[in-house]
Design a protein around this ligand. Sequence first.
Ligand code: PGA
Length: 254
Amino acid sequence: MRVEVVENYDVLSLRAAEHVAGLIKSKPKAVIGFATGSTPLGLYRQLIRMHRDEGLDFSGLTTFNLDEYIGLAPEHEQSYNYFMWDELFGSINVNPELVNIPLGTVDDIEQYCQEYEEKIAAVGGLDLQILGIGTNGHLAFNEPGSSLRSRTRRTILTADTVASNARFFESADEVPRHAITMGIGSILDARQLLMLAGGAGKATAVKASLEGPLTAMMPGSAMQLHPDVHVYLDFAAASGLEYHHHDGIAEPKG
Ligand code: PGA
């Protein structure tokens, strides 16, 4: 794992954007997995700026999003589809036909999830998957207890995830309890992972994921199985780490 610890969220967002932009420039038809949540917002703002000011061209990209609430239509303001168009896709020149976000209103979820996997495979797999991490260690909606080899499927949100996401809804009662999510196995199939975490609230999950035992109870720890992971942390999110991490080497502190 390559772990880069930077002073604050703005630097983290810029570094992550440079990483993504580097891939797009070297491979204009790259396949990139996008994530929702507060964490990647700074990265997305930087990508929009790079498009506007530097002509970064997204037109050849194929995109896949990690997850979506079951029951929310794409036009629902709290759907992840709405989020992606509002926060990123609507302000860059992606080809809408190459944008893939799970649809939370399908009838046959199982069939749909299998087709989502097949669609990723048909374009040759993901070159890069962008990831945040939950305070409970979840990756996408793979909550603690998710199999490390899980695939795209219907999942149930834990109570702490519902509580955490309630801030975007009128009340916790309105937060959907179910989601479609790419599995941990699907995420690990991406050729490269880009994980971002900022703030002290993530320090415990970051420490457990990077330095703790590999366990389904800490989905973030599954990243230890992946050969090419880039982690960008601010000082607060890195504050629980017992090791200095640099250039893929972990060295005990002190
Ligand atoms: P956040 O969510 O970026 O809003 O903190 C991350 C996550 O739950 O995966």
